[in-house]
Design a protein around this ligand. Structure first.
Ligand code: ADP
Ligand code: MG
Length: 420
């Protein structure tokens, strides 16, 4: 999948509509975590430096088609202004005369932000009239919002169908890093999968089983796999209706001849709360009235050993209830181990909201090869599905093999950005 990027677009003197992912946590009118805003800066700067007028658009939260004061984008604009050292105005609404006027006055090298798109139900409904109005604001479309690329909304699918549509620099990095996992991973390739539920990860597991050499499973979802292998898990989180699915994945892994490693010991607690009584037990001795809350020390060692030779690792999902610090040892150990491996040259890609939060808490994000900004979107991508917001962007034309040229064309490699 090779998409044209903002670097291929002629943007000078043009109005460029950019779909960004400014869906950030806001508390007391302030942005609590600005990593998504920071991640969009390279594309915004690129466009401004190339003399485009930039119209940014995003959703925030779930206002469900109504104006919700707490979901206004003003705090985002304030933070963005701080980062760019340039005041970024927000329109009062994504539609209306005031907005059209403001866009009309926009000069090359200037930018503005449209108010929360989801104040209009037409956004999520991908309403054609709404898309047409948004498209009329610009001459070029850029999508830098990988986190919403799996949604077919007006701003992700409707608008780009009406304008020349390009991938932004962040989008490009996501596509390149995630497709490398599926298409050309350095081997051995290991997946570490955790998190709460099998149900949200079954599709990605099924797809990965045919791509990887090793799968390590932890977190709440490991319980369902343990039950599929005939063990009992006490009061632990368990999806009874997914045991069959888990068995199917285990069978597929066996058929592929890959290592599928479940915990051999776990931390169990009387309650899944801070300060609760807890102990380490082997997985065949999980007491009836206790819950699994983390992988045990033996499992941590087994996991580290299984990753020893790996040259590519994908990690999604915490290995325990890491929000309670006492139950976060497994997750923190994995985070440190992967940071060390990434620095030693292993490609380490991490996706998933909670996994990334755990890395941030441990201040290890910058040490990984790639952190995917999209939770659901990165999983759908790795399920092998084509994301609608990516599919709609223009493909890079493949060079004509039958037409010999006197001098070789400038290789597209030269124009590619450096990707960590
Ligand atoms: P991500 O957002 O990284 O994809 P998920 O949303 O799938 O991850 O899962 C994260 C949640 O899984 C966390 O809130 C964590 O507390 C929970 N979790 C991890 N291990 C367990 C467990 N053994 N029992 C219950 N919940 C767990
Ligand atoms: Mg999550």
């Amino acid at each position: 999948m090779d998409k044209l990027t903002v670097r291929d677009a002629d943007v000078a003197g043009k109005r460029v509509l950019v779909r960004v992912d400014f869906n950030v946590p806001i508390e007391d009118g302030k942005v609590k975590d600005d990593s998504r805003i920071r991640a969009s800066i390279p594309t915004i700067r690129y466009l401004l430096e190339h003399n485009a007028s930039v119209i940014l658009m995003s959703h925030l939260g779930r206002p469900n088609g109504k104006v919700v004061e707490s979901a206004r984008l003003r705090p985002v604009a304030e933070r963005l202004s701080g980062l760019l050292r340039w005041s970024v105005p927000v329109t009062g609404d994504a539609l209306g005369l005031g907005t059209t006027d403001a866009i009309g006055r926009l000069k090359p090298g200037q930018l503005l932000l449209l108010e929360n798109l989801r104040f209009h139900a037409a956004e999520e409904a991908n309403d054609p009239e709404f898309a047409k109005t948004l498209a009329s604001y610009g001459q070029v479309y850029v999508n830098d919002a990988f986190g919403t690329a799996h949604r077919a909304h007006a701003s992700t699918v409707g608008v780009p169908a009406l304008l020349p549509a390009y991938a932004g620099l962040l989008m490009e990095r996501e596509i390149r890093n995630l497709s490398a996992l599926l298409e050309s991973p350095a081997r051995p390739f290991a997946a570490v999968v955790g998190g709460a539920k099998v149900s949200t990860k079954i599709a990605v597991l099924e797809h990965l089983v045919s791509k990887v050499d090793t799968v390590l499973v932890g977190g709440g979802m490991a319980n369902t796999f343990l039950v599929a292998r005939g063990l009992t898990v006490g009061k632990s989180l368990l999806e009874k209706d997914r045991v069959e699915d888990a068995r199917r994945v285990l069978d597929a892994a066996e058929q592929q001849g890959i290592a599928f490693i479940l915990p051999s010991d776990v931390v169990v607690a009387k309650e899944v709360t801070r300060g609760a009584e807890h102990k380490i037990v082997p997985v065949h001795k999980i007491p009836n009235s206790w819950s699994v809350v983390d992988i045990g020390p033996q499992t941590r060692a087994t996991f580290a050993e299984a990753l020893e030779e790996a040259r590519t690792v994908f990690w999604n999902g915490p290995l325990g209830v890491f929000e309670v610090p006492t139950f976060g040892d497994g997750t923190r150990a994995m985070a440190r181990d992967l940071a060390r491996r990434a620095e030693a040259g292993t490609t380490v890609v991490v996706g998933g909201g909670d996994s990334v939060a755990a890395l941030e808490e441990a201040k290890l994000t910058s040490r990984m090869t790639h952190i995917s900004t999209g939770g659901g979107a990165s999983l759908e991508f790795l399920e092998g599905r084509e994301l609608p917001g990516i599919a709609v962007l223009q493909d890079r034309p493949s060079p004509e093999p039958s037409a010999p040229r006197r001098s070789p064309p400038r290789s597209s490699k030269e124009r590619e950005p450096v990707v960590r």
